[in-house]
Design a protein around this ligand. Structure first.
Ligand code: ADP
Ligand code: MG
Length: 465
């Protein structure tokens, strides 16, 4: 009995998922469907959560930032139990499309020909990350030129060591080098130091360290991302050091990225540090405002080409994003994605205020958490009321209505719960707050002028923050 029902569940799940895939195809078109949706599988539903299986982290991130809302939406229509989606990554190795790649396979040490799902692989080069879509500015000029130089003439700087804090484009540059070299007949290994460690430890466990050594030491180019991961891992460091030495002795190129300079690496042996600094060390600094804006604009263009549909984001919003999200290009682009996704779903050009609403959680994390007091102050001054009256228990319309507006905005602009909001209005009950929200929503729906009024107040509050 149990087994049958489990089977039934699985077949329902598959059926529902196919249907959702179909809807996504209708919504986003065949290209998007083929690139992102087709190969995703539905695994199970557990505690209201639908698990989807994707092939790479990148696909997962892309789906999360572009399609997850829609997927959930569609799925809920078929099965309302599901309230969230989670992802499992089953990294397959290269798929048939990249069979001609010259990335080395760890199992055989030879060039890869169509190996699937062995789950034991170097990281995949991301073909989207190229030199041509890397925007150059003062802060990354040096790293960019060095990377380009190395890809044009191997061994020129050896090793090339690129460092900078997270989200500034190191992985992008490393992939750009790899993608350039893929066009040659060089044997390239690209992987994160974490992965290097994992492969190494695994080879010890499987007692085939010799193969591990051979694979790495025969590479023409070793690209190692995020080398800070091997700090403190003595045995891996040792192995890395030998690999590194034998590669450079063979005139093989080594390219390394790190979140800090070689000297600032702690718990890494001094001899390794000094070897790491032995070639060219370049850093990537935080981008200035002009570069940030340009990166955003380029990304919008890429999205347009990709989707074949105009991106409805105006310059005001772009400069807002560029001004607010300074420290990491990755975060900044994530924010842009979110606004683009939402403008697609709503099918309209967002205003600056819409954008701020969409980013409410991020913005309030960063700074300027809008407090209920801020809202009360603004509402009181907008309607020209004494605060004492406003917070009193008086119910005459000219006081009660602004009070309701303030409660409504408190719900909308802060993350406070209904009881918390109630308390800030001289200990009112949460049902009063619910009533206020309903009332204001009704009035706004019925009366355009009133709707503008509330919008106007809301804008003023956001501007003040
Ligand atoms: P890091 O490896 O330094 O943490 P990444 O290379 O992963 O950072 O960059 C984060 C994101 O920002 C990626 O999507 C990358 O394509 C993008 N990015 C960073 N710098 C630039 C740039 N100069 N031009 C275009 N995109 C960039
Ligand atoms: Mg990186």
């Amino acid at each position: 009995m149990k087994i049958t029902s489990a089977l039934q569940d699985t077949s329902d799940l598959k059926k529902n998922w196919s249907e959702v895939q179909l809807k996504l195809k209708e919504t986003y078109g065949v290209d998007v469907f083929k690139s992102w949706i087709q190969n995703v599988e539905a695994k199970e539903i557990n505690h209201n959560s639908l698990t989807l299986i994707v092939k790479t982290r990148f696909v997962r991130d892309w789906i999360v930032s572009h399609y997850a809302d829609k997927i959930l939406d569609f799925f809920q229509k078929l099965n309302p139990v599901v309230t969230r989606i989670q992802f499992e990554i089953h990294e397959s190795f290269y798929n048939a499309k990249s069979a001609d790649t010259n990335i080395v396979d760890f199992n055989t040490g030879s060039k890869i020909v169509n190996i699937q799902d062995n789950g034991y692989a170097a990281n995949r080069l991301d073909h989207r990350l190229t030199f041509s879509n890397f925007v150059v500015g003062e802060s990354n000029q040096l790293a960019f030129s060095a990377a380009k130089r190395v890809s044009e003439s191997l061994g020129h700087y050896n090793p090339l060591f690129i460092y900078g804090s997270v989200g500034l484009g190191k992985t992008h540059l490393l992939n750009a080098i790899g993608n350039e070299l893929k066009k040659t007949d060089k044997k390239i290994i690209y992987l994160s130091a974490e992965r290097f460690m994992y492969q190494f430890v695994k080879s010890i466990k499987n007692k085939d360290t010799q193969k591990f050594k051979d694979v790495f030491r025969n590479a023409d180019v070793l690209i190692l991302d995020d080398i800070q991961f091997i700090s403190g891992k003595e045995v891996t460091q040792e192995e890395f050091f030998y690999t590194f030495n034998s590669l450079t002795e063979n005139q093989s190129q080594v390219i390394i990225s790190c979140d800090r300079s070689p000297n600032d690496l702690d718990r890494i042996q001094d001899r390794i540090k000094s070897r790491l600094s032995g070639g060219l060390v370049v850093d990537i600094q935080s981008p200035d405002i002009a570069l940030r804006l340009q990166i955003l604009k380029n990304r919008c263009k890429t999205e347009e080409t990709y989707f074949g549909k105009e991106v409805l984001i105006n310059d005001e919003i772009l400069s807002f994003i560029a001004n607010e999200f300074k420290s990491s290009v990755r975060d900044m682009l994530g924010v842009l994605n979110r606004i683009i996704a939402s403008s697609r779903i709503q099918n309209k050009t967002p205003t600056l205020q819409d954008a701020k609403m969409i980013l409410k959680d991020l913005l309030s994390n960063m700074k300027a958490i809008i407090s209920i007091e801020d809202i009360q102050k603004l509402v009181v001054s907008y309607y020209n009321l004494p605060m004492g009256d406003f917070l009193s228990s008086r119910r005459s319309r000219h006081i009660a209505r602004p009070r309701q507006v303030a409660m409504y905005l408190a719900k909308k602009l802060t993350t406070k719960s209904l009881p918390e909001i109630g308390r800030k209005f001289t200990g009112r009950d949460h049902t009063t707050v619910i009533h206020a929200i309903k009332k204001i929503e009704e009035l706004m729906a019925a009366d355009k002028k009133f709707e503008y009024e509330v919008q106007d107040i809301s804008n003023k509050i956001l501007k003040n923050n």
